[in-house]
Design a protein around this ligand. Sequence first.
Ligand code: MN
Length: 525
Amino acid sequence: MAQKQKNEEKESPEELISYLSDPSEADKKLIKDAYAFAQEAHKEHKRNSGEPYFVHLYATAKGLAEIDMDATTVAAGLLHDSIEDVGVTEETIEKKFGNEVLFLVKGTTKLGKLKYRGAERHIESLRRLFVATSKDIRVLMIKLMDRRHNISTLQYVPEQKRERIASETLSIYAPLADRLGMGRLKRELEDASFKYVLPEEYEKMQKIMKENQQTRQPQLEEVMKTLKRNLAEHGVKGFRTESRIKGLYSLYKKLERKGGDMDKIYDLYAIRIIVGSVEDCYRSLGVAHTLWHPLPGKIKDYIAFEKPNGYRSIHTTVMTNVAGPVEIQFRTEQMHREAQYGIASHLSYKETEGPLDRGDKKKNNLWYHQLIPSLLKGSPSVPKKKAANVPKWVDDLATAHNMDKSPNKHEKYLQDISDDFFSYRIFVFTPKGDVVDLPLNSTPIDFAYAIHSEIGDHTSGAKINGKLVSLDTTLANGDIVQIETKKNSKPSRKWLKFVRTSIARRHINNTLSRIRKNDTSESKS
Ligand code: MN
């Protein structure tokens, strides 16, 4: 409670503005106006906790400001519940704050009460969120920050609703944050909902963490000291170190994968070395490997091969005498920022390229910018069409539902999106070097449909790393996949037995039934 008091004292439009990088007068006015408007509109409105509702709006806006989102998004954060909860009209929002803010507020607004009911309404709301997201990614950022505050105040929510919100956060919102590379938010969402979804397991993980802390912490400090001294001796300058503790949910998932064997978990604690340049990452890795033997198979170069969500760092696990196996991670300041804020670190117009970031040139993240129509055109506007070149998965989230013709499509939608988008992913390459990311155990057919349905439908063969393979071969990380097509090739029913993605499955089914219909009508004529 004491902390809440403190936050309330600090609430002010000025505080929000203080986070914006180089705000214009118009930006400042927008925040001040939205602040006053939201405060007034929600005056009589209370949270389940009994607090003024505005606390929630402020927390959402502040979360957005902290990750460096623009003034428009922060203002929309303040206004995001005004249409849904207190009956402010769309016209009012548009007149006072413009159509860009209106689009963002509408994108985060759940469906009206009439058209859909129960689970169906809920899922339709999610789908609409994804459609709005595929036009402007800032909609999703608002929703994520909204969820972050809601989940932190879940103890006040009625039990049944609490469970639904927690499990939805764990199965959809946390993985979304992960896909957007927002490591810090992902972890916050996971650990806050884990507590409610699996309370016993949560406590078990907490206990493991505590038990390990006492023995582990002093050992790691020893290792850190040795490493720091040696890095300095080998000319690595201006680095800093930190230790990172694994999130409780992340530990739980890993333990599950390792059959519950704590001895196979080397990264409960890890040492992080944050250096000034990419060169220093490799130099530091060399120093660590000279000091200690690396464990085979544990060296992961996510700088040369970044993860599909943009994560970059080098990880290694070395065998130390004082602490046994220890994971060490190497990254630059910029990679560190990106690992925490992900996509958000690319969204602000001004990339803050400090002197430390030299030699650490930005990869092509044009698609992020294309998800913000106003950035692209330089003037505020309501996106009419889907932005070009959005990542396939954002697009698929928005359209997966439309392709499904089956009667129980609502129930299947949630299962499909969690299977396809949020399970373990691999990334493979086209012959031109474009990255395609797919769920684990995907096949060349899944790859072909991920590229384009026409390619999938006409696949006649596939090569992996230049070698002809059968179409049910499982793809591995880093494979180069080449699809051969023939004009008269068509999908086979057999493919349904091994394809991994629901998108491929739906395309195959749709095409097969279309062919069947054509055949029937041809034989009739
Ligand atoms: Mn809200």
